[in-house]
Design a protein around this ligand. Structure first.
Ligand code: CUK
Ligand code: CUA
Length: 865
């Protein structure tokens, strides 16, 4: 739907667009639009979502990964995927589950001693302060194996997994309370709390639902299991939940279905579950006072202990006026509290209405004990009509809600109608509908469920993509669609295929609220945040043996692993501690030992451990798995596993011809000379950087620090080279000199990058013409012969405009028609000197003009080249 543009006559839109565009790039856009069959609206939508290279997004989305057991991170408005966070599922790229430390986190999720290697993630939640996202921690639930995981948003890694000790399935989590005191997790399919068998015909007596309140330590970012408790609930199947905020802070709300307590049994001639579980017209919204319950849970007499976990029984909760039920339209799904906490919107999958409950009305009924009766378990029931603010007919299959900063504005997904509907929960009026493709589940507003929604966009998380993308076989990707909500009506901007699991909820946060770091303090165990027991610094590398236990303390830094040989006996238990000594941003090294099914990803400063039994004999290369440097392939070593009981016949050594002493000496001298020359280049760059006060610019200063990290390693190598040379071992001395050259190349590589960055920062600002000219210069291949600031295979162009009478005109003529000037004495002399003719690159008049502007800019900044 082109709602947004319908109101603007398209010829005006087209005209203004064409006008701006043609002046910018000679109708190039028109050509592209024609070739690709794009309308003006398409181009505007593209412009709204396009990030030029280097430009970052305004919002970051954390999407559940559904059955992949992971979390997916992407940017808005570009919809570019930024990261997959491994949570409940092993993930080798991150080393998750393949190194000892991350495996410990993954195994916290064992249930009754069993390893579980996947999860069904549904609801991510960002920690809150006063109901607003604080950008510190992310919690997410696993529906299949009731668990909650905590992810640290400083490094986007999973730090904790806790298992719900009494639930057998859980869906209504994770939801933070407004100051992150607790994380709410509601059960789904009712089951006995204990771990024993109970016949299904005792469903009403022994099966239970519930809500667990996980105590959260906001400083450490960990769930405190001992201070957590579960509120026992009837075996209604609890579903989504939300925590109160603002006026309703301290309370929780949880939906349910199957208040019929139907237990199916098609195999014994009963109607199926779906029929029996949706028989009644209403189910129950559970309303509970978690603040009061948390106080009750502190006293022994109020709790029962099951599987080592505190349960507050229903009768205790009722006795203290902390638990109530309100009828709600049958088989509801989402329950969403408004930013101020006053309105609670419930959507029923089988009802075309949304029901808006009003907190002040509910509170009054509770205060005056106005109940219409009790459920079979003695829980007081409040009257639905007296609790309702009102109901609105939205369409078929309403599921979930999100808010915008506009007062009363709410967005709801319609699963069956495949639409997003915008309406007002105060005036109860429908405002707009937008088609989506297809069958939307959750929708995601920007901080759209916090106390401070940011508006701008809604993402429709569609369950089906059907025909939207290239066919990749019967299993299709999911389709996340970005919708612009800044106008009067919604406008669908773009589709993003999401090929990892089936996401349910996603949460979006303003990017500037996140403060992830780029490196760890040297030797950190990233899973605990503490110093790793295997921390190893340069020079401390060693192999220790204790019986059949071999412990390796190793380091990784571009481009070597230390040690480079590890020899063990068959059956030895091998532990390899690895520290990535890098400080440079993004210099991750990976590590694996072939055939041993281990892998680690080591971010700068991180230490982690691999462990395995060397149970097969042979020679196993180990290597760095990230292309980290020009000598990445050389970043390797050998694990030698030998059988101590075997006699090995040694091979006859080949006689190879070697260099004469004179040849060796010549090579040594040459290597040293090359190093001296390279060092001179480095020194000139250093001088340039210092002369131009590089330390005033953080980006440049960081690069210089990285460069000196490399350069600082040279003296130690030089010492070894000189010692070898003195001892007459030139072979070895050459190898150390080579190592010095490697370090110099790495230094120069970063140093030159720093210089370029500095030049860009301190040079005069480039006008649009200068930028176009630089681009034309590059694309026209001029740089093949002309290097600015240097005589190369063509003359240096610095000052070229001054070299001739009427310089600009001369240069223009020469660029556009050089062959006409080959016979001019000056040009002839140049052709003879360089043995090359300036070719005609068929530049347009405009390109030529821009290049001249670029040449002027070079002259202005001549001191920098
Ligand atoms: S649920 Cu999947 S669409 Cu688990 Cu929140 Cu509604
Ligand atoms: Cu380190 Cu490749």
């Amino acid at each position: 739907m082109d709602n947004y543009f319908k109101k603007i006559p398209s010829f005006i839109l087209g005209m203004s667009l064409v006008a701006t565009v043609s002046s910018a790039s000679d109708g190039e856009l028109q050509k592209v639009m024609k070739a690709r069959g794009l309308t003006e609206n398409d181009v505007i939508r593209a412009a709204k979502t396009y990030n030029p290279t280097g430009v970052k997004d305004e919002f970051v989305v954390f999407s559940s990964g559904g059955q992949s057991g992971q979390v997916i991170v992407y940017g808005v408005p570009s919809m570019r995927i930024l990261k997959y966070i491994a949570v409940f599922t092993p993930e080798p790229w991150q080393g998750y589950g393949y190194d000892v430390d991350s495996l410990k986190v993954l195994r916290q999720g064992n249930i009754r001693g069993r390893e579980i290697n996947w999860g069904d993630t549904h609801h991510p939640a960002i920690s809150e302060k006063d109901g607003k996202y604080d950008g510190k921690w992310l919690a997410i639930n696993d529906k299949a194996n009731p668990r909650i995981a905590i992810i640290d948003l400083e490094d986007f890694e999973t730090k904790q997994i806790v298992v719900n000790p009494v639930f057998k399935s859980a869906h209504g989590g994770a939801f933070f309370t407004q100051n992150s005191e607790f994380i709410i997790e509601a059960a789904q399919y009712a089951a006995p709390f204990d771990n024993e068998y109970h016949p299904i015909d005792e469903y009403k007596e022994t099966y239970r639902g519930g809500v667990t309140l996980w105590k959260f330590d906001t400083k450490k970012g960990r769930i405190l299991e001992k201070d957590s408790f579960t509120l026992e609930l009837p075996p209604y199947m609890q579903d989504l939940s939300d925590s109160g905020k603002g006026v309703s802070d301290g309370w929780g709300f949880t939906n349910s279905f199957n208040t019929e307590m139907y237990t199916g049994g098609i195999e014994v001639g009963m109607p199926p579950n779906e029929a029996g579980m949706s028989r009644n017209d209403t189910d129950f919204l559970h309303v509970y006072n978690w603040k009061k319950l948390a106080e009750l849970a502190k006293h022994k007499e109020n709790v029962q202990i099951v599987n080592g976990h505190k349960i507050i029984p229903m009768d205790i909760a009722v006795k203290h006026d902390t638990l109530f039920l309100i009828p709600e339209p049958k088989s509801p799904h989402g329950v969403d509290v408004s930013p101020d906490g006053e309105y609670i919107t419930v959507c029923g999958k089988l009802d075309t209405h949304a029901s808006v409950f009003k907190w002040s009305k509910i509170q009054n009924l509770i205060k005056n004990k106005k109940y219409i009766g009790k459920d079979p378990y003695g829980i007081p029931i409040l009257d639905m009509k007296s609790s309702l603010h009102g109901q609105v007919e939205l369409g078929l299959g309403p599921l979930h809600n999100q808010y915008s900063p506009v007062d009363g504005e709410i967005y709801t997904s319609l699963y069956v109608d495949s639409q997003i509907v915008k309406w007002n929960y105060k005036t109860l009026k429908v405002l707009d509908k937008e088609n989506v493709h297809y069958n939307v589940g959750h929708l995601c507003g920007m901080e759209g469920k916090s106390a401070d929604p940011q508006g701008k966009y809604i993402i429709s998380l569609n369950k089906l993509a059907i025909d939207r993308f290239q066919n990749v076989g019967p299993l299709h990707p999911q389709n996340h669609q970005l919708i612009d909500i800044s106008g009067k009506t919604m406008d669908l901007l773009v589709d993003m295929p999401l090929p990892l699991g089936e996401p349910h909820q996603a949460v979006a946060i303003r990017a500037e609220k996140l403060h992830p770091h780029v490196r760890y303090t040297m030797g950190t165990n990233s899973k605990t945040g503490e110093q790793h027991i295997g921390k190893t610094l340069a020079g401390q590398e060693r192999i220790e043996r204790n019986g059949n236990k071999v412990t390796v303390y190793s380091t990784l830094v571009r481009s070597h692993i230390n040690p480079e040989r590890i020899t063990v006996n068959v059956g030895d238990e091998v532990t390899i501690h690895m520290t990535n000594l890098e400080r440079a941003q993004d210099e991750t090294h990976g590590f694996t030992v072939d055939h041993y099914d281990v892998h680690a990803s080591l971010e700068p400063g991180e230490t982690t451990t691999l462990q395995f039994t060397a149970d097969i004999e042979g020679v196993f290369p180990y290597y760095c798995t990230e292309f980290c440097s020009a000598l990445h392939l050389e970043m390797m070593g050998y694990l030698m596993v030998k059988d101590p009981n075997k006699k090995y016949v040694s091979a006859q050594k080949l006689k190879m011809s070697t260099m004469t002493p004179a040849e060796l000496k010549a090579e040594y001298d040459k290597t040293v000379a090359v190093n001296d020359a390279t060092d001179a280049v480095i020194q000139s760059v250093v001088k340039f950087l210092k002369d131009n006060h590089f330390d005033k610019h953080k980006v440049v200063a960081d690069l210089v620090t990285d460069a000196f990290d490399q350069y600082g390693q040279i003296p130690a190598q030089k010492k070894l080279a000189n010692e070898a040379a003195k001892a007459g071992d030139l072979e070895k001395a050459i190898l150390f000199e080579n190592m010095i050259w490697q370090l110099m190349v790495k230094t120069a590589d970063v140093g030159i990058r720093a210089k370029d960055a500095l030049v860009r920062l301190i040079a005069t600002k480039q006008s649009a013409a200068v930028q176009n000219g630089e681009r034309a210069f590059g694309e026209g291949g001029c740089g093949g012969c002309h290097v600015i600031g240097k005589v190369s295979s063509g003359p240096d162009l610095t000052g070229v405009l001054q070299r001739h009478e009427n310089g600009e005109q001369w240069v223009k003529n020469f660029i556009m028609k050089p062959e006409a000037m080959y016979e001019e004495p000056y040009v002839k002399g140049m052709i003879d000197y360089f043995n090359l003719k300036m070719p005609n690159q068929h530049m347009s008049e405009k390109e030529t003009k821009d290049i001249i502007e670029y040449l002027k800019w070079i002259d202005e900044n001549a001191n920098l080249f």
